[in-house]
Ligand binder design. Structure first.
Ligand code: URP
Ligand code: ZN
Ligand code: ZN
Ligand code: ZN
Length: 522
């Protein structure tokens, strides 16, 4: 137990008995091309007790150490999925991938850590909701996890609980919704209050950027016109509804100089807003998801209802088929910074809740298992990302922004041994028939991707072994994240200083002319 506890002080004691890991507590991976966000080297990686101990050539290692031959393959930090909703109660049902199945699917595809969202109900204590999510995840997760917390209502109590979560519970990110009117949506003055508090306590505000008022009105019109199928979803919330909210969120954050993180960037125009704001110096980060990089909104017009409904999420995929390539270009240029999935899966039976009314189709798609392959295929294989940029957008940027670096997000001595050995020559074809998700549909059905995770190592444990998935339920730990991530708040501090300097009165002599008299109101 000791090394685990020491590596992650403040965490509850590790639940997995050490004997379950000891047979594999030493591992050497030989001959790989080691890829980090800032460069590639050839060498061997020695792992002991869950962390990377040494990197180099001709390392002297203890006898009995397992050797993995990785010649001709890439060795990279495991993926960090910044955005999942496992077993989330939503729209009258619950997403079908639970913390066991979801993390298992993620590991199968090369993801070694997830960040899920606690979503308190209106009026519910944030701490209570957080404890509920912890209890759901704790004995289920196969890989490390962390939690963002959503702010779905506002009060003094919520404000205080944000601070408690940051100080005592390892949370440094809070999501606000500008959509889902009457459910999760906050008004601008409430979002401002969240931003003010987040800045004070060193947290990052994440935003679901869509104009909820406009969507509510449009839904009525689209249904009244007789459009009840999945295409109504996109018709009621087109691109500009996302772009407007993205711009408004950036403006609100900029007014209080609080860092902002736009989750699930789904359209060209929302991506452009973020790119432009960043050029103007705003501290804003954009997260496109696997769905938007791998497929598009033409699927909503598919003649098969089940097919179309499987693609429903918010904001929607865009019917412009050049959108995925455009978002990948933004990612390549660092106009967008990192990727998640918004994995929130529902079976076709669950999607059926919206059979006669698209507004009742549970919102959410898969991605956790396939994100790494989809981004490799559409990014690296397509010649848009080099392997270093691939690592940056799938792992390193997440670790930095959410303040887990260098424990996570890099191959370095002292870092957690969250590692994938990736064979870029192999291909696989994605299908619901073979995936590890609990759902019967897959939005990437039939897509062939280069890049297969031959080995996936979580905290030193081989969880995919020569392509065989060998996960351990409850093995993952909760990762505490400290506030004031330097990769985020250093920029904020500099801007604060500049703004304070600019905020000074002009010294001038008074105006001594006559002043008009205002008539007394009776
Ligand atoms: O459709 C989606 N995105 N479902 C999950 C909830 C959210 O807004 O992230
Ligand atoms: Zn959202
Ligand atoms: Zn179909
Ligand atoms: Zn989400």
């Amino acid at each position: 137990y000791n090394t685990m506890a020491a590596r992650n002080s403040g965490n509850p004691v590790k639940k997995v008995p050490i004997h379950l890991q000891s047979s594999q507590n030493r591992l050497i991976i030989k001959g790989a091309k080691i890829v980090n966000a800032d460069g590639m080297t050839d060498g061997d990686v020695f792992i002991e007790d869950g962390s990377i101990k040494e990197i180099g050539k001709n390392l002297i290692i203890p006898g009995g150490t397992r050797t993995i031959d990785a010649r001709g393959k890439y060795l990279m930090p495991g993926g960090i999925d910044t955005h999942t909703h496992l077993q989330m109660p939503f729209m009258g049902t619950k997403s079908i991938d639970d913390f066991y199945i979801g993390t298992k699917a993620g590991i199968a595809g090369g993801t070694t850590m997830i960040m899920d969202f606690v979503i308190p109900e209106k009026g519910e204590s944030l701490i209570d909701a957080y404890q509920k999510w912890r209890s759901w995840a704790e004995d289920q997760v196969c890989c490390d996890y962390s939690l963002h917390v959503a702010i779905t209502w506002w009060s003094e109590k919520v404000k205080n609980e944000m601070e408690i979560l940051v100080k005592d519970h390892g949370v440094n990110s809070f999501k606000v919704f500008m959509a889902y009117k009457d459910v999760f949506m906050l008004r601008d003055h409430e979002i401002l209050a969240v931003l003010e508090q987040a800045k004070k306590i060193g947290a990052l505000v994440q935003v679901h950027a869509e104009n909820g008022d406009v969507i509510a009105e449009n839904c009525k019109k689209v249904l009244a016109a007789g459009v009840t199928g999945p295409e109504g979803h996109e018709l009621s919330r087109p691109e500009e509804v996302e772009a407007e909210a993205t711009n408004r969120a950036c403006m609100l954050a900029n007014q209080v100089n609080c860092p902002l993180y736009v989750v699930h960037v789904m359209s060209k125009s929302a991506g452009n807003v973020i790119a432009e704001k960043r050029q103007q110096g705003a501290v804003v980060f954009g997260e496109p998801i696997a769905a938007a990089l791998g497929t598009d909104g033409t699927n909503y017009w598919n003649k098969c209802w089940r097919h179309a409904a499987a693609h429903i999420l918010s904001p929607p995929l865009r019917p412009d088929p050049t959108t995925p390539g455009y978002l990948m270009d933004l990612l390549a240029r660092d106009d967008l910074q990192l990727t998640g999935t918004d994995n929130c899966t529902f079976s076709s039976e669950q999607k059926k809740l919206g059979a006669g009314d698209f507004t009742k189709i549970p919102n959410g798609v898969n991605g956790l298992e396939d994100r790494m392959s989809v981004i490799w295929e559409k990014g690296v294989q397509a010649g848009k990302l080099d392997p270093c940029r691939f690592v940056a957008v799938t792992s390193t940027a997440a670790a930095k922004i959410f303040n887990m670096y260098p424990q996570k997000g890099t191959i370095a001595a002292g870092s957690d041994a969250d590692i994938i050995i990736w064979d870029a020559r192999k291909t696989r074809t994605i299908s619901a028939k073979t995936h590890h998700h609990a759902t019967d549909n897959n939005i990437f059905e039939g897509m062939t991707c280069h890049g297969v995770a031959d080995y996936v190592i979580c905290n030193g444990r081989v969880c995919v072994d020569e392509g065989q998935v060998k996960v351990l339920q409850g093995y993952g730990r909760f990762i505490h994240r400290a506030p004031f991530s330097p990769f985020v708040y250093d920029l904020i501090r500099e801007k604060d200083a500049r703004r304070a300097a600019a905020l000074k009165p002009v010294p001038r002599s008074g105006y001594d002319g006559e002043m008009v008299s205002i008539a007394q109101q009776v």
